[in-house]
Write a protein that binds this ligand. Sequence first.
Ligand SMILES: C=CC1=C(C)c2cc3[nH]c(cc4nc(cc5[nH]c(cc1n2)c(C)c5CCC(=O)O)C(CCC(=O)O)=C4C)c(C)c3C=C
Ligand SMILES: [Fe+2]
Ligand SMILES: [Fe+2]
Length: 367
Amino acid sequence: MTFTPEPPFTHGQPAKAASATAVLYCNLGTPDAPTAAALRPYLAQFLSDHRVIEIPKAVWWFILHGIILRVRPKKSAAKYASIWTAEGSPLKVWTAAQAAALDTTLAARGHQVAVRYAMRYGNPSIASQLDALKAEGATRILVLPAYPQYSGTSTASVFDAVYSWAAKVRRIPELRFVNNYHDHPGYIAALAARVRAHWAAHGRADKLVMSFHGVPERTLHLGDPYHCECHKTGRLLAEQLGLTKEQYVVTFQSRFGKAKWLEPYTEPTLVALAQSGTHSVDVMCPGFTGDCLETLEEISMEAREAFIHAGGKSFSYIACLNNSPEWLEALGDIAGQHLSGWPTQAAPDAQALAASRAAALALGARQ
Ligand SMILES: C=CC1=C(C)c2cc3[nH]c(cc4nc(cc5[nH]c(cc1n2)c(C)c5CCC(=O)O)C(CCC(=O)O)=C4C)c(C)c3C=C
Ligand SMILES: [Fe+2]
Ligand SMILES: [Fe+2]
């Protein structure tokens, strides 16, 4: 095992000292292009993560490489192509915009904190961004996942990536991790503002459907708090909006494989609603901080079609938090609260550090 060389003593340093305190905003990741060639390595990395697929590795390897990676890249690429923008994948565009906004918000509040974003799968990787922050002089790093609800399949996997980077580093920065913010008042208020703005512009549907990403049901029985946190988000949002239990429903989307996932499933729920006489629905995805494949394609395209096909009359998709001012403020609050107690001033100048170390070594040599 070799440890990475330590800046500032063994490498050239940036001329300008950066902040000693940093935030790494981490999201799931996305392919580099909407093509099967780009999907294959992305899906291979994603679906080889034991946090995501808890099947014995030897068995899963054959299923993944023998079946899934031969079929899914092409199918998924077509879906990505339908939502791709001139700037790239929506997930990356929103993640980058939120990280930049967080940098601005924290600076406006008087914190000198470097903010970078990283992806758990694909680029830029968590390890590359931690390397970059360390090279810039960061000695304290707050790891902030873009997931409001904690799940072993998503949040813990981000933490794993940070730990495995740290395991190769000689001088590890102080690290803090944000587990969740599913009930943070700013997050709930930002969601509520999104819904109210939609209602003001388009009117209110018969039912508000809150669709969260699904996970295998067994994770709930094994103690994962994800299901409970999604329901708490849903209840707090409904309270803010003054909705009764009959006026909203929490559902789970994006099922993968044959196992039972958290129920009720989003699309069958929408079909059942249409068939039982619910004419109009507003559908939102509160667990996704930015729009992505799962919201723009699976919900706003596929689920819409299923609802209308089943006899529904009006399907409104309410966009994710994205760059809404309420959300960007809340993100600043969440980061600010977790940075509390850490100094947020500039790092000592790297050259000054190197000079003081050289002086200390010279002094030691004389004694
Ligand atoms: C295979 C099992 C999966 C689990 C468990 C899972 C959990 C999970 N995922 C997100 C957030 C996102 N997932 C996204 C895409 C996506 N998810 C899976 C599978 C699982 N996710 C796959 C295979 C894919 C890729 C697309 C596909 O081929 O279907 C995305 C969108 C990424 C994008 O590029 O836009 C997000 C976001 C969470 C929060 C979560 C657990 C709570
Ligand atoms: Fe997913
Ligand atoms: Fe999906």
